[in-house]
Design a protein around this ligand. Structure first.
Ligand SMILES: O=C(O)c1ccccc1N[C@@H]1O[C@H](COP(=O)(O)O)[C@@H](O)[C@H]1O
Length: 211
């Protein structure tokens, strides 16, 4: 069975849709340049609505220790999702917080997958995400997908999840094609950047459950 993370939540309505649709994880973004960025207070209010059994994931881009510590405390995080973060920093943040870590691997070509091996011993899970263009404001959350056939025959060195450009229309094919046991979506369940749509969240989670 494949489980799903709904990322970039900032409203009670969207969070409740993710919970009602049985998401395994919900994600809160702590990155100022993102339209999904949440304050510590907002993260705390959202975290208080999340029932036991659903993982709270904080999304960061090569973050400072202070940011991670306060987000982890106020957002009651279970997992740190780390983009553009070197393996040694991932190890450090895992030790600092005692939390599970997911290291993002930005993929455009098969050679990009080599980076996955650098995280062995450093992280608990890899998150394969589409590489965003050079100079883009965000390293993720842009609705871009990578060529899933790049994962064909790849020997995954760690547990992993798939993200990048997923939506209700393509997620069943993504799961069938890659064998992902965990999928992650942000833009694909929005009506505009940062504006989550409860109906799209419900459709996405139904598509994952039916896959
Ligand atoms: O969503 C963001 O704004 C974001 C900001 C900084 C780093 C990662 C971000 N999102 C992550 O990107 C992937 C894919 O998103 P999408 O479905 O293609 O929009 C996902 O893991 C988000 O957690």
């Amino acid at each position: 069975m494949t489980t799903a993370k709904i990322c970039g939540l900032s409203t009670d309505e969207a969070l409740d849709a993710a919970i009602a649709g049985r998401a395994s994880h919900v994600g809160f973004v702590f990155f100022a340049a993102s339209p999904r960025n949440v304050t510590f207070d907002r993260a705390g209010a959202l975290a208080a609505r999340v029932p036991d059994g659903i993982g709270r994931v904080g999304v960061f881009v090569d973050p400072a220790d202070d940011l991670v510590l306060q987000a982890a405390r106020d957002g009651r995080l279970d997992v740190l999702q780390l983009h553009k973060t070197a393996p040694a920093r991932v190890v450090h943040l895992r030790r600092l917080t005692g939390l599970e870590t997911w290291a993002a691997v930005a993929v455009k070509t098969r050679a990009d997958l080599d980076a996955a091996r650098m995280f062995v011993g450093a992280t608990d899970r890899l998150l394969y995400d589409a590489k965003t263009p050079e100079g883009a404001a965000l390293p993720g959350g842009m609705g871009l997908r990578f060529d899933w056939t790049l994962l064909d025959g790849f020997s995954h060195p760690l547990p992993w999840a798939l993200s990048g450009g997923l939506d209700a229309a393509n997620v069943a094919e993504a799961i069938r094609r890659t064998g992902a046991s965990l999928v992650d979506v942000s833009s694909g369940v929005e009506s505009a950047p940062g504006a989550k749509d409860a109906g799209r969240i419900a459709s996405f989670l139904r598509a994952v459950a039916d896959a």
